[in-house]
Structure formats: structure tokens, C-alpha cells
Write a protein that binds this ligand. Sequence first.
Ligand code: ADP
Ligand code: MG
Length: 361
Amino acid sequence: MARIEMQKVAHSYLPKAQKEEEYALKRIELTWEDGGAYALLGPSGCGKTTMLNIISGLLKPSQGRVLFNGNDVTGMPPEKRNIAQVFQFPVLYDTMSVAENLAFPLRNRGEPADVIQRRVREVAEMLDLTAVLNKKAAGLSADAKQKISLGRGLVRNDVAAILFDEPLTVIDPHLKWHLRRKLKEIHERYKMTMIYVTHDQVEAMTFADKVVVMYEGEVVQIGTPEELYEQPQHKFVGYFIGSPGMNFLSCTVRGDVAHVNGASIALDRRAAEMARTAQGRLELGIRPMHLEVHNSAVAHGIPAAVRSVEDQGSWKIITLALNGQTIRARLPEARSAPQEKAWLRFPPEWTRLFADERLIG
Ligand code: ADP
Ligand code: MG
């Protein structure tokens, strides 16, 4: 197992990149702690696979260094790095049996036969592959093939880290949930460094102790699921995480008050103070569940027009227009929804300010 550091790493697929947008990864400064269960979360194209391939050595970064336990491995090929990588689609030998496929990474390392047999049996057990161990991989379903790929990633217990690149994409939804739980259990038992790539926030939040959020080639926040939810450091984290995402309203700040198209919203004093000297476009952010919705006028309530009420089982999502800007609120199912008009209050402790998409304070 290893502690993996990425120092000033940047990567462009172009030979002579100059402009920032020509880089798939920009200025990555990041440490993956030994034994951590990480999710690497971000939309398609933000650089997740590029990041994994730089860690495993399939790709040499254009700039910067990668260290394993303090040793520079930037120029080292994958086979020397001792990393297991599981890809989006099955990678296995069709003509071999399931057992031979699982044994392959161990045979390659010259492990003794009894060790191989024991590990293969353990991994098959973990992934419910015991019944098909002697079958040829070729005849199996897509689900089973991907489970074999996962097994090949998990079979060695001496790896520096296991990297999973959206490994459950081809798996059916029910089995997906089951396998994710399995991976988490395996992590809890063996405490190996795991990096699990996904573009699905629910998958990230249920698997990981720490989530690394990427956006356009940058890491915009690293935190526990709670931290990402309660303290988004970047606008992207605010709207990508949570359902629906955080509300953002353009505003100006005077004194301790934010002005949103003529409506006045009291702010936390410290955030307001910092906003007065912040550079860039100011926006106020609040989670739909933190917005107070009243069905009749209240002191300091800001009137808003109800556009729609959507029933989502345990919640109602209310979409409102506040002086021309759209805002969403989440109410418990049992609450009666306002009909045409509502009065909104923004609790200062949950009202955040962002300047050019970054959290202030
Ligand atoms: P993700 O895994 O988050 O979807 P990738 O790391 O695959 O993102 O891609 C990041 C960016 O780099 C994208 O703009 C993608 O088009 C580009 N890219 C990825 N692989 C290559 C490649 N082999 N050659 C050129 N551009 C690439
Ligand atoms: Mg990818």
C-alpha cells in the first residue's frame, strides 16, 4: 500500500500546449493517503481517466511529479508500479476459465500455487463467482465478465493501490448496488488504497470516505460527503451534489445584506465582510432543503411566485420565481405546499456567497 502524491501535475494530449484549455489536467496538487477509500467524481471529460492513467503509469504527465511513499515514479512504467487498475469494460482472456483469469495476476508475479488457489477461492467467494470458476469466460454474461475484471483487480493483496475507472457502468442497477457494497466491505477489511472513479454522485457518496471532485481538469474540492454537501467550496460542487443542486442567485452586497433584484437578504457578518472586498461576480447560494418556505406573509419573508410543485415521494420540490430568478425549495412530503405565492426566508447560517464560482470565507 502506498501514499500517492501528485505534485504540480499537468497534462495535455497536445505536443505543444500553451493555452490553459489545451490541458486535460491543470495544476493538480493532491495526496492520496495510504489506505483511503476515495471517489473521484466529476462529469464526463473532466479528466478522471487521465488522472488514473497518470497514477498507474499508463500515461506520463506533461509536467509535474508523482511520488509513491516519497519515491519519484513519474517515469516508471505501469508494471513496476504495483497498481491494480479495473477499467470501464471487461478486460480478460476469453479462452481461459474464470479461475485462470483470476489467477493470472498472481501467476505473473510468480506466487506459489497454494497461495494462488487460496486467493482465487477468496475472491470468487467475495464476488459470487464460485459456481462458475471452471467455466470459460467467453460464454458468460457482461455482468459476470465485469465481475471477473473486478476480481483480477482485487486478487493481489500487495498492490500500492487499486484504481477503478467507472467499473460498474455495464452492470445492471441492482447488482451495481450490491457490488458497490462489496467493494466497501473489502476496503473495510483490507484497508487498501482505493480510488473509485464515477460521474454519479450517489455512487461516490456511498462508496467513499473522501470524495475528490473534479471539474474541467481541476480538483475543485476534497471532502467527506457531508463537507461537500454543507460547505461546497466551488459552485460546481454546489450544483453537482444534492438533488436538486444548490440554488445560485446573482447578487450585490452592501453592509451585511445581499441584494437580489431588489430583494434584501441578511447575511452572516463575516461572509458579508469578505464579500465587500472580493473580486468577481457575486452569487448567493443556498441548498433547497435550507430555504424556509412560508405559505403566508412572515417578517423578513421575501415574496416569490410558485411555478410548480413536484412530488418526489418523501419530498416536494417547489420551483419559484424570485424577482425573475428561479429558485428551488425542498419540503417534507407532509408539508402543505404553497399555492401561488410563498414567502421565503434565507437562514444566514446556510446562506453562502460565491465570487467567480468560488466560496467566500
Ligand atoms: P473523463 O475520464 O473524466 O471522462 P478523460 O480523462 O478521458 O475524462 O478526458 C479528459 C479530456 O482529455 C477530454 O477533453 C478528452 O477529450 C481528452 N482526451 C482524453 N484522452 C485523450 C487522448 N488519448 N487524446 C486526446 N485527447 C484525449
Ligand atoms: Mg473516463
